[in-house]
Design a protein around this ligand. Structure first.
Ligand code: ZN
Length: 235
């Protein structure tokens, strides 16, 4: 098992794009995995290719390190979730404070599939953009959840996987700052232009912070984070 290899859970959003750059910066072989589970909008998945190509074009070393992309169909996840993510339903917030876009345990499922693939590919590090700092109440994004899952995967697959969560304690502004640190202005521009975060899949309007409806919780989080990032930069 290659010590310096990583598999990045890569949806094409801002967070996973930043994670891909983070991984390209430190591992000698980096592969990506995306999941298709019948999302209303496959826009995010279509952004993946543009981001991968864009990053490979930024630095020759990154081009050398960037390996295969894997796409796994997980239609079963869509079939069992009654959420706004998989049906044409308006995004609302339940009594427990979770948006109805929440697919219960989604990250547990993603990481388990990623680990099975990593096992097959001889990859040790599994990188995910989960974040506890401005998380929308998703319990499967918590640091403790990730640590427990790492233990479960290592016991259940008899491996020494490391679940890497570079964004766990960063808010969205700090995530933009990390992108700048890793790839300068060109990487920030690439992520602005090619990544997708909007729950509604809107890409018709370009804002300072990228494309999106500008109204949904994901757009709000992204827009606010970008404003704070620019404020900090100007000081
Ligand atoms: Zn939106």
């Amino acid at each position: 098992m290659a010590e310096a290899s990583a598999l990045v859970l890569f949806s094409g959003g801002q967070d996973s794009a930043t994670c891909l750059a983070w991984a390209l910066d430190r591992f000698s072989r980096v592969e990506t995995i995306g999941f298709d589970y019948g999302q209303r909008h496959i826009v995010e998945l279509q952004c993946r290719d543009a981001l991968r190509k864009g990053m490979a074009a930024l630095k020759p070393l990154w081009a050398e390190r960037l390996g295969e992309d894997h796409s796994l169909p997980l239609a079963a996840l869509g079939a069992i979730s009654d959420t706004a993510m998989t049906r044409e339903v308006e995004i609302t917030f339940g009594v427990e404070g979770l948006p109805n876009t929440f697919v219960p345990g989604r990250n547990l499922i993603f990481l388990t599939f990623a680990a099975a693939l990593a096992y097959r590919r001889g990859i040790r590090h599994i990188v995910t953009g989960v974040c506890e700092t401005d998380y929308s109440g998703y319990p499967d994004c918590r640091d403790d959840t990730m640590k427990a899952l790492q233990v479960a995967l290592n016991l259940g697959m008899d491996r020494r996987f490391v679940v890497e969560t570079p964004l766990m304690w960063r808010d969205k502004a700090a995530t933009w700052a990390l992108a700048e640190e890793l790839g300068g202005e060109p990487l920030v521009s690439l992520i602005l232009e090619a990544s997708h975060t909007c729950y509604l899949g809107a890409r018709d309007k370009r804002h300072a912070w990228g494309y999106g409806c500008g109204q949904c919780p994901a757009c709000e989080l992204r827009a606010n984070g970008f404003v704070r990032y620019q404020e900090v930069r100007q000081r």
